[in-house]
Design a protein around this ligand. Sequence first.
Ligand code: GLN
Length: 238
Amino acid sequence: MCRHAAWLGPPRSLASLVSDPEHGLLRQSYAPRLQRYGTVNADGFGFGWYDAALPGPVRYRRAVPIWADANMPGLAAAARSSCLLAAVRSATTGMPVEETATAPFADGRWLLSHNGRVRREAVRPLVTGLDADPESACDSAWLASAVFARLRDGVPLADALSLVVREAAEGDRHARLNLLVTGGAEVAAVTWGDTLFTHLEEGVLVSSEPLDDRPGWRAVPDRSLLLASPDGVAVTPI
Ligand code: GLN
């Protein structure tokens, strides 16, 4: 499975998720500590962040290992935001390795990352008949477009996520549906088959696994919905 991480709080650089911490996503791309499926995350990586001067999020995605992009360290050090999302990818067997299959997926102000796998047939009913147009044949792109179509219709974030996850899991009992979603002012996450941790400081870090060995990392129970906003963090069963 892939690894993903997000920050919501006072502006920080992407390097604070990727390369500053000892076990940031750069290290997790070749030596994750808690990964249950797959060994390395070398099939691509992506960043998403918000800049007050721009109407929507900025994305940077590549279908190469994160360590192989010589421009990445400079970009990660320079890009700063109060809301950051980053992911490293281990492609599921049979899924295309291409930029458009790499998280974060985007629609309007929304960014989404999926860690796991799901049969596309289980997602098909969730996109059929809707204004949903997955940007890749990758299962994660289908899930993203099922969520985005509902957000575009004005469905609240928590409802859109629980609905899509419950129905996808109904159609595929073996699905792993760990999602990380942000609209720039909040971060939501679903745990469904893999680990997730939070670390509260002057903001909140949300990450598939701890980025370092500081005390204070808290595990989010499986099958939960986490909502982080400037008001705090709430976790509810899904
Ligand atoms: N199924 C998704 C993909 O192929 C996510 C993979 C993962 O979590 N390892 O990209």
